[in-house]
Write a protein that binds this ligand. Sequence first.
Ligand SMILES: O=C(O)c1ccccc1N[C@@H]1O[C@H](COP(=O)(O)O)[C@@H](O)[C@H]1O
Length: 214
Amino acid sequence: MAVEVKICGIRDAEGFDAAVAAGADLIGFVFFPPSPRFVEPAQARALSARHAGGALRVGLFVDPADETLAATLAECPLDILQLHGEETPARLAAIRARFGMPVMKALGVATAADLDAVAAFAPVADRFLFDAKPPPGGPLPGGNAQPFEWRLLAGRAIPRPWLLAGGLTPDNVAEAIRCAGAPGVDVSSGVERARGVKDAALIRAFVAAAKGAA
Ligand SMILES: O=C(O)c1ccccc1N[C@@H]1O[C@H](COP(=O)(O)O)[C@@H](O)[C@H]1O
């Protein structure tokens, strides 16, 4: 089956059009104000309208309040909520119940023990995303261009669709997919020419490398 590809942190038409044209399956909008990739919900809605149905729209949040989710969704329709903070399984269950939407839980991975959390989240998560743990004291809980040991995921039975993330680039994504046995990948920094600025050529190269990985 073809590898799913998510391009995260899209903020402008160049990046959005390049991701859709390249065949990205999911487009990520970062609704976390401290991120250099933060996008206003109205701008995300305007971008999505460029290619209706072209890719699934993922909204990235970090420990969001219900009011933030409600206000964002009122402004910008989304297909999946990505939760990239310290949300608990109970919080995921509450968000799913209130908003009736699929939820993708991001888990930080440094050692095999970090994957134990999958069991607790599986009943309430529709998807998983595995990212490197953020550097201590860093400003962002993700999007840090930081890889982790991909082989920790090799041969693991993850009971939901999942994406591998963290420091992926057009040059390493095929190897990462093979090492982890990943059914999907997610990238932000690796397709940027400057922090927060997506590069169409890098997006095309990343999607081609990921889709071509065997
Ligand atoms: O991208 C961000 O700014 C971000 C902010 C807060 C939480 C998560 C964020 N990004 C996610 O992290 C992965 C990995 O990023 P990278 O490729 O290593 O830069 C990214 O794909 C987003 O899902």
